[in-house]
Design a protein around this ligand. Structure first.
Ligand SMILES: Cc1ncc(COP(=O)(O)OP(=O)(O)O)c(N)n1
Ligand SMILES: Cc1nc(C(=O)O)sc1CCOP(=O)(O)O
Ligand SMILES: [Mg+2]
Length: 362
């Protein structure tokens, strides 16, 4: 059976979004498209109706190896043999819910700010919802937390979190760029004529970011591994550097050759050429795997790669990367920033920073 860590796409029922279309058909399509978790959220049904739906969804999810969570109601979760229960800030307190459902059942908690999420983690929640990221008709009147809360959650939580509220194929990219790796949706999936296709699209977006993470973990040196590196004998380090030619670096070499033969004036600085191990020694920029929960690092996209920066200005970041004296240009969110402004331009969460270096030309 799937564990909560395995689960990336979470779909919640919302029968108001598919009038005339059976719950069974919609949720089966969502699972077929890749939903890993299904939650029964039914605010209007009678107890008997809710029990019947819960029993049905339990059987459906079990058949497909997906998890089944009941919203709000620990008794219904137990009666239906669900995998877990989801509780909001105004629902049953987590400690009481744990007492009722025992250790074997998952408990998820809705959170709308980082303090609530850290408290849920401390109190033993198995996962948290982080939202609503965007305003949503499914939860009217609740203020959007925006992607900055997603970034905080990504930097500070150890337990899995699901970004929720206005999640759709159109918004998923920004939410994933902010650091979410798990998404939860209602209307975009169940209100769509083709719920399976929406799930496939959301799942692909998540997997794309996971693949980027994996590439980064191979390509980046973490603070911890730097220490290990430094204890190695210098010959050994040299030997490793000579033999460590990854597919990625090969591609970079090929790209460089092509660009040089085409005599292009500028080329985007690659991670390999700029964010070297020397840079990493400053620990001002660390890979996601080395990020700690001190909350002081700014999440950003550095030359297209996710990074956490302790530097708060473009100038400090360039210095930390060893680029301050090099012939490079800086772009912040697609706009070139003159070098004389680097030290005054602040870096904010989710900024896109590109360092671009001159090659050849006049
Ligand atoms: C995964 C997930 N996250 C958040 C919620 C919202 O729970 P809550 O704040 O209790 O609001 P209601 O859903 O009960 O209206 C959720 N259900 N699931
Ligand atoms: C049920 C719920 N809880 C939220 C929270 O932030 O806690 S947002 C939400 C509704 C999500 O619906 P949709 O995908 O249609 O926007
Ligand atoms: Mg609730």
């Amino acid at each position: 059976m799937r564990t909560i860590e395995d689960c990336k796409l979470y779909v919640i029922t919302g029968e108001q979004y598919h009038p005339g279309r059976p719950l069974a058909e919609v949720m089966e399509a969502a699972i077929a498209g890749g939903a890993d978790i299904v939650q029964l959220r039914d605010k209007n049904g009678t107890p008997a109706e809710r029990f019947a739906k819960a029993k049905f969804l339990r059987a459906l999810t079990r058949r497909h190896g997906a998890l089944f969570i009941v919203n709000d109601d620990t008794e219904l979760a137990l009666a239906a043999d669900a995998d877990g229960v989801h509780l909001g800030q105004d629902d049953l307190p987590l400690e009481e819910a744990r007492r009722r459902v025992g250790r074997g059942m998952l408990i998820g908690i809705s959170t709308h700010e980082i303090a609530q999420a850290l408290e849920a983690e401390r109190a033993g929640a198995d996962y948290v919802g982080v939202g609503p990221v965007y305003p949503t008709a499914t939860k009217p009147g609740r203020k959007a937390v925006t992607t900055s809360y997603v970034s905080e959650a990504a930097a500070m939580l150890r337990i899995p979190f699901f970004a929720i509220g206005g999640i759709a194929p159109e918004t998923a990219g920004d939410v994933l760029a902010a650091g979410a790796r798990r998404l939860c949706a209602v209307s975009a999936v169940v209100g769509h004529p083709d719920p399976a296709a929406v799930c496939v699209s959301l799942k692909r977006s998540i997997e794309k970011w996971e693949a980027l993470d994996a590439g980064r973990m191979n390509g980046w040196t973490t603070a911890e591994s730097m220490e290990t590196e430094e204890t190695k004998k210098s010959e050994k380090i040299k030997e490793t550097e000579e033999t460590k030619v990854t597919e990625e670096t090969k591609v970079t070499e090929e790209t460089k050759v092509t660009e040089e033969t085409e005599e292009s004036e500028v080329t985007k600085v690659t991670e390999e050429s700029l964010v070297t191990e020397e840079c990493m020694k400053t620990a001002a920029v660390v890979s996601p795997v080395a990020a700690t929960a001190d909350g002081m690092r700014i999440p950003l996209l550095l030359n297209g790669k996710r990074a956490w920066s302790e530097a708060s200005t473009l100038g400090a970041l360039a210095t930390a990367l060893g680029l301050a004296e090099r012939r490079v240009m800086a772009e912040l969110n697609g706009e070139a920033v003159p070098r004389e402004d680097w030290n005054t331009v602040q870096i904010r969460a989710d900024d896109r920073v590109e360092f671009v270096q001159f090659v050849g030309g006049g």
